[in-house]
Design a protein around this ligand. Sequence first.
Ligand SMILES: Nc1ncnc2c1ncn2[C@@H]1O[C@H](COP(=O)(O)OP(=O)(O)OP(=O)(O)O)[C@@H](O)[C@H]1O
Ligand SMILES: [Mg+2]
Length: 202
Amino acid sequence: MFIAFEGIDGSGKSTQIKLFKDYLKSKSIDAFVTAEPGGTEASKMLDFIIRNFDIPTEARLLLFISDRIIHIKEIEEKLNRGEWVLTDRYSYSTLAYQGYGECMDIKMIRELLDRFCPLMPAVTFLLNISPKCAINRAGMHDLIERKGYEFYRQVSEGYLQLTKNDKRIVVIDASGSINDVHKKIIEKWENEIERTKSRISV
Ligand SMILES: Nc1ncnc2c1ncn2[C@@H]1O[C@H](COP(=O)(O)OP(=O)(O)OP(=O)(O)O)[C@@H](O)[C@H]1O
Ligand SMILES: [Mg+2]
């Protein structure tokens, strides 16, 4: 089973993925947690370039996609062995950030993703939160100020646009406490997803 966590910076992805892993552990499921960008040894180099150089948006887009191509190899090896993989960010990040946030051609991004990153998570939890709420969280103020509030508003709106007509994305209101959000994720998982798991391709 392949599951992704998505949302703007500060939405709580890293926090919630850890809690979800612990929840699965309590059900005797040992899930591997990974993240993008930089989830593999090789792609750490790409992540370094993405984070430290002011490169053209097109180059950054292709680095994110290269990063994912490398990542997918590693994820698929685990899925083929029947393991569970939880990823902190995946393809919807590219559509939301580069597409909606940086105003790149969404059709072109979709074509690249379809061609090079066909592996799709069975379920994606979108942690939905306004940039206004995220900015008040620890360590988030400077980051969100730096990139600009408007940028995050576009990314956040973009994520919601992506949920339209896509049943694999489960929108979670992520504005509550850490424990509230965790409970919402588990509730969705147990009530809806687990019941239909057999119908979801893994
Ligand atoms: N529901 C919550 N309420 C208040 N604070 C939270 C909540 N969830 C996470 N935090 C805190 O907000 C900060 C950001 O959370 P976290 O790192 O999980 O977000 P993230 O989505 O992984 O961000 P990034 O995309 O930047 O990695 C952390 O200090 C975390 O402890
Ligand atoms: Mg994080």
